[in-house]
Design a protein around this ligand. Structure first.
Ligand SMILES: *[C@@H]1O[C@H](CO)[C@@H](O)[C@H](O)[C@H]1NC(C)=O
Ligand SMILES: *[C@@H]1O[C@H](CO)[C@@H](O)[C@H](O)[C@H]1NC(C)=O
Ligand SMILES: *[C@@H]1O[C@H](CO)[C@@H](O)[C@H](O)[C@H]1NC(C)=O
Ligand SMILES: *[C@@H]1O[C@H](CO)[C@@H](O)[C@H](O)[C@H]1NC(C)=O
Length: 835
């Protein structure tokens, strides 16, 4: 009998040992098997996360129980149990007690423990702790573990530290009173909670607050159906999906990864006072910042005080709303904006019906501490509701998707408004009846507040993209002034120049010859599709670039002159200016302004020089090229299709502003600019739209295609016609498309901009580039849509199959009757047919 008993005990013991090993190798701990600080860890089923003891930073002896990514070589802790109570030796032990609570002890002293709300009482339970593949440490009844819908006794996701992982809910559970918020570590060596935190606040219209101590540091803004009102940069993207839930039971924000092989996390950092989203880049073995808030000065909570809007591109950034003036003008003018603005005319609210509203466009909704929300009513009812209560200061749609729906009201002072160049929303601010009359005539008098100007401009921008382009040049107002002066060509500067017909400058051959040192090789700066280009210096030190046309033009002298005259009239800050021409005997030359920084290809494809173009500069260049193209396509009197847009045809001025060159060449050469003309092909393989390369069909959409290719080159630093041997893909478009389909578009990004870019923005640009290179010209957006897409947050359509040739391209090339090698080894085709 006792022998049987003993053997049972013995076998139980064996089984226990067996299970203890299994447990540790698997992903759970149970009552009888504690986790000790002896090198053992708990690993989630798929090996993503690991739970164990660790020492943070470098010079610390302290031991903490935490969870980190197992497969990532850089220690990245996502959760810490005993944040405030470190263990100072290796005696830490984690046990699961009979009640289902995890208890962390140091030499019998409890350092940390969980408290389950579930009173386990008499219920027969068998608690077990798992580390899930999501990084969630959960305690569960073993019986529950098999169920589809599990209920946990406790889960670490309910007690986040500084990291917001996919599938976590950040926010409140009204039923349990749980408030899941992030609290940053004090320092990289000290995981204890700092006073820097982030969480949702359950105002009538919920908001998100980043706190420093008891002060609001940054505010997310109320959810507007698409994103938090203050985060238009958060938009549909290839990495993750996000969701906001607000009902009687819960208020939370959550996200999930689209491809589980992509690793992303959101972390609050007290040292840098930011909340960063990171994405793990496996090839580079490092974390890359994907998005970050606060973004800029205007994201500082209430920086402009009440009734003022922060406009990052303005100087000063704070501007009273139209109809308001600085409360303390002196302080305001010395950049102390904290007192904000007050109404010029007090609201009397005598006759409520007569009050009205001024619409602010493109803003972040004000602080919602005193607010009201009804998702069922629309804008008109919303307006009536606001009018009805004298303390209602503003209203807006609570959901801006589509036509807009729902109603949000604000009571009391309007605080923390900012303006966005793109992705902001409309807000209607209450005005006294008497103020409104004046506003009708607002166009005629000088405005102090910038808001009406902003409103008007934004309305215009919606049509023309003007403001959005201005946004590309934000923080550059000083450059703008300089650039403008470049437009003003003082014609007296050019010696040896005659003015033909009053508007076409014609240079003497002797002048040009002298300027270019008789066209010496030393002065040659390039070889384009139409002939060599020389640098020259006129007698008065003015630098010029001279294009000596080698291809005989198919038209007479007068026709030629007329075309040059027309092209010379195209003036835009993103076009190289044609100064004049030189015609003598057989010689035909075009004289351009000289661009000291050469062409874009000499930067982006050069290992060292590419470092000079960080992401924001590249983005400016992209916008500039787009703007130049829009001008050519639709804004100039002539409708010019470039037909040979490429990196070597984008020149850079002193400040590295882009200027498109070689436009209008088809006209100068007597080509017809009518769309669909198939008489000649001028272009460069790798940039040419398929319908143009194969059938000679060109249109503004074939330029869009070339722009898309150029965009990819700027982002990737790779030539469109390199060889991407792996997988037999022969050009950049094919490579980009493949990566995109696999959800790995990040791999396209040039190493030299990885540090300076916001990945979400770059990915958005890659998305736009793929839309530009779609096979079917009708699917490609026009250039004015392209610029809007580039700078805004609209959800973009999925790109369709791009048009690109891979193997047959060399065939097409050899059939070209005439081709000229440019200095950059690109092949420009100029195919002239007999007329
Ligand atoms: C642990 O506790 C025992 C008994 O209370 C004591 O003798 C021992 O010194 C303690 N060890 C440490 C490392 O504190
Ligand atoms: C916070 O950011 C700083 C600098 O960006 C970094 O050095 C530090 O490690 C981060 N802190 C934590 C706790 O990760
Ligand atoms: C106006 O709205 C405020 C805030 O909701 C409320 O406290 C007040 O009673 C309302 N006044 C009237 C007259 O309805
Ligand atoms: C996820 O990404 C991997 C490579 O990173 C890729 O092989 C896989 O096809 C992707 N899965 C989906 C569903 O896109």
């Amino acid at each position: 009998m006792s022998l049987i008993k003993m053997s049972i005990i013995f076998y139980t013991y064996l089984i226990l040992i067996y299970f203890s090993q299994i447990s540790l190798a698997l992903d759970s701990i149970s009552q009888s098997i504690p986790l000790k600080d002896d090198g053992n860890t708990l690993v989630s089923k798929d090996g993503t996360f690991e739970l164990g003891f660790f020492t943070p930073g470098s010079n610390s002896q302290k031991r903490y129980l935490g969870i980190w990514y197992k497969k990532i070589p850089i220690q990245t802790v996502v959760w810490v149990a005993n944040r405030v109570n470190p263990i100072n030796d290796s005696s830490g032990t984690l046990t699961l007690n009979i009640n289902g609570n995890l208890v962390l002890t140091q030499n019998e002293t409890i350092v940390w423990s969980t408290t389950t709300k579930n009173s386990l009482g008499k219920k027969q339970v068998n608690p077990i702790a798992f580390l899930l593949d999501s990084g969630n440490l959960v305690v569960i009844d073993q019986k529950e573990a098999e169920k589809e819908k599990k209920s946990y006794f406790w889960q670490s996701f309910d007690f986040p530290t500084d990291t917001f992982l996919p599938e976590m809910k950040l926010g409140l559970d009204f039923r349990t009173g749980l408030n899941r918020r992030l609290t940053a570590w004090k320092s990289p060596n000290d995981p204890s909670p700092s006073d820097f935190s982030f969480g949702l606040v359950s105002h009538n219209n919920p908001d998100g607050y980043m706190m420093k101590g008891d002060k609001i540091f940054y505010r997310s803004g109320p959810w507007n159906g698409l994103h938090s009102s203050g985060s238009p940069q958060v938009r549909p993207n290839p990495i993750y999906e996000f969701r906001f839930v607000f009902n009687k039971d819960e208020l939370y924000y959550t996200y999930s990864l689209k491809n589980s092989s992509v690793i992303s996390r959101l972390v609050l950092n007290a040292t840098a006072s930011v909340r960063n989203r990171y994405v793990w880049i496996e090839s580079a073995k490092r974390w890359e910042i994907y998005t970050s808030v606060p973004l800029d000065l205007c994201d500082n909570y209430a920086i402009c005080g009440a009734y003022a809007s922060c406009v990052i591109s303005d100087s000063p950034v704070c501007q009273c709303i139209e109809g308001f003036e600085a409360k303390l003008p002196r302080a305001w003018n010395s950049m102390d904006w904290s007192n904000g603005c007050v109404r010029k005319k007090a609201l009397r609210c005598e006759d409520k019906e007569k009050d009205g509203f001024v619409k602010l466009s493109g803003v972040k909704g004000p602080d919602t501490t005193y607010s009201w929300l009804d998702e069922r009513i629309g804008l008109e009812e919303c307006r009536v509701k606001c009018l009805d209560n004298c303390s209602c200061m503003a209203y807006a749609n609570s959901d801006v998707r589509g036509e807009g729906s729902g109603c949000a009201l604000w009571f009391g002072d309007l605080i923390d408004i900012r303006n966005f160049a793109a992705g902001g929303q409309d807000l209607y601010v209450r005005m006294d009846a008497s103020e409104l009359v004046e506003h009708v005539n607002v166009g005629s008098h000088k405005k102090k507040g910038v808001m009406v100007a902003v409103t008007v401009l934004l309305a215009v921008a919606a049509l023309s993209g003007i403001l959005i382009l201005a946004w590309c040049y934000r923080q550059k107002s000083s450059n703008n002034v300089k650039d403008k002066s470049e437009f003003i060509i003082n014609e007296d500067q050019y010696s040896g120049m005659q003015v033909d017909d009053g508007d076409l400058p014609v240079f003497n051959l002797s002048t040009i010859a002298k300027a270019t040192n008789n066209f010496t090789v030393n002065n040659k700066i390039g070889e384009g599709g139409f002939g060599p280009v020389y640098r020259g210096i006129l007698a008065d030190e003015v630098e010029i670039a001279v294009k000596r046309l080698s291809t005989s033009s198919g038209q007479g002298l007068n026709e030629f002159k007329n075309e040059v005259k027309l092209i010379a009239k195209l003036q835009h800050r993103n076009l190289v200016k044609l100064l004049g021409c030189c015609l003598e005997g057989e010689e035909k030359m075009l004289v351009y302004e000289y661009m000291p920084n050469s062409s874009l290809d000499s930067f982006i494809f050069d290992k060292e020089k590419s470092e000079l173009l960080d992401w924001s500069k590249r983005f400016d260049i992209i916008c500039g090229i787009a703007r130049g193209l829009i001008y050519l396509h639709q804004d100039s009197r002539l409708r010019i299709i470039h037909r040979d847009l490429k990196a070597s045809n984008v020149l850079l001025d002193k400040e590295l502003n882009p200027k498109i060159s070689d436009f209008g060449m088809a006209r100068i050469f007597g080509g017809d600019q009518k769309e669909g003309n198939t008489r000649r092909i001028v272009g460069t393989y790798g940039y040419m739209a398929p319908e143009y390369a194969t059938d000679g069909l060109f249109s503004v959409k074939s330029d869009v295609f070339s722009f898309g290719v150029l965009l990819m080159e700027i982002i990737s630093g790779k030539r469109s016609r390199g060889y991407y041997n792996q997988d037999q893909i022969h050009n950049l478009i094919g490579y980009a498309w493949k990566l995109w389909k696999e959800g790995r578009a990040i791999k396209l990004i040039d190493k030299s901009i990885e540090d300076t870019c916001f990945m979400s923005q770059v990915l958005h640009c890659i998305h736009v580039s793929l839309l530009c290179v779609q096979q079917n010209p009708e699917d490609r957006p026009g250039m004015s849509s392209v610029i809007l897409m580039l700078v805004s947050d609209f959800e973009l359509p999925e790109p369709k199959q791009p048009g690109f040739f891979s193997k047959d391209s060399s065939e097409t090339e050899s059939s070209t009757s005439k081709h000229l090698l440019s200095s950059t080894n690109e092949i420009t085709i100029t195919l002239l047919e007999a007329r």
